[in-house]
Design a protein around this ligand. Structure first.
Ligand code: NAP
Length: 285
């Protein structure tokens, strides 16, 4: 079988267009566009690129907002004060603190200071709790992007065996909970899993979020499985690769996401989605 490629750029463009329409409707109803504030601490080059892309995408979708750039010498107390001020500002709908923070910061304490209703990264413990109890909080962007891609591929998850590789709070755990919510039978595998290949080979839906280039080989994949590759790994040649051995797995899977141009393209689109949803939810009171 040769896999159909799930094109993240095409699906992300669809999400962005939906967000733009909804942002315009919000502006008409409330006399102001949804506003996203991104906080960047330090000079990390990759974070600078991510933040620039988020700012550009937000403006293209008709959102207001800016990037608050703070020097690496900023103290924990100063960053906390910045986040608390944004949380208290009624004109701000979404707050994103770009992670990872430079060494020395207590990132969990910073995330805790974000108003959960403005937590567009979906990482606040209140939102993580709402996800695990089936509530309607803001959800992490990358896992939401994976779920949207599965929907676009027409995958019915009910009763399917799903395997998630990776158990981070950012990707693995939340995507596993979202799959469970859609009635899949979910296994979460990680670095201590015994016989990873055998676990993966049972999956109807396999989500790889590990951070190890081409870890998932063709013989780890069941014929006809749907494979979502979250991994982004930069090789010594500067080229990006996923956690899945794309060329080999493409001959086994029914659907497969590429890297780049797969899940990565979805993450910013879902951030914009969360910002408009946060604005609408807050306006309802
Ligand atoms: P993370 O916090 O480093 O978590 C990696 C997970 O993979 C951990 O649970 C770890 O297990 C597991 N793992 C590591 N090596 C393994 C191995 N050899 N076999 C089995 N499991 C292994 O990473 P993350 O933040 O979840 O990100 C995962 C990947 O997705 C990275 O490549 C990252 O760049 C990418 N990512 C992409 C996007 C996007 O927009 N597409 C967004 C976020 C992340 P233990 O828990 O046992 O250590």
């Amino acid at each position: 079988m040769t896999a159909q490629i799930l094109d993240g750029k095409v699906i992300a463009a669809r999400v962005r267009a939906e967000v733009k329409t909804d942002a315009e409707a919000f502006a008409k109803a409330h006399g102001r566009s949804p506003r996203l504030e991104v906080v960047l601490v330090g000079e990390d080059p990759a974070s600078q690129v991510y933040v620039r892309n988020k700012e550009k995408a937000a403006h293209e979708a008709g959102l207001r907002g800016s990037v608050i750039r703070l020097p690496a010498t900023t103290s924990q107390a100063e960053l906390l004060a910045c986040v608390e001020a944004l949380s208290a500002d009624a004109d701000v709908d979404g707050i994103l603190v770009q992670l990872p923070l430079p060494a020395g910061f207590d990132a969990a304490a910073i995330v805790d200071a974000i108003d959960p209703q403005k937590d567009v990264d979906g990482l606040h413990p209140v939102n993580a709790g709402l996800l695990s109890t089936g509530g309607k909080g803001l959800r992490p962007c990358t896992p939401s992007g994976c779920m949207r891609m599965l929907r676009e591929a027409g995958v019915d998850l009910r009763g399917k065996r799903a395997v998630v590789l990776g158990r981070s709070n950012l990707v693995g755990k939340p995507v596993a909970l979202m799959l469970l919510e859609e009635h899949a039978t979910v296994t979460i595998a990680h670095s201590r899993t015994v016989d990873l290949a055998a676990e993966c080979a049972r999956a109807d839906v396999l989500i790889a979020a590990v951070g190890k280039s081409r870890l998932v080989k063709a013989d780890w994949v069941k014929e006809g499985a749907v494979v979502i590759d979250v991994g982004i790994n930069r090789g010594e040649d500067g080229k990006l690769s996923g956690d899945v051995d794309f060329d080999a797995v493409k001959e086994k899977a029914s659907w497969l996401t590429p890297v780049p141009g797969g899940v990565g393209a979805m993450t910013i689109a879902m951030l914009l989605r969360n910002t408009v949803d946060a604005a609408v939810q807050r306006a309802r009171g």
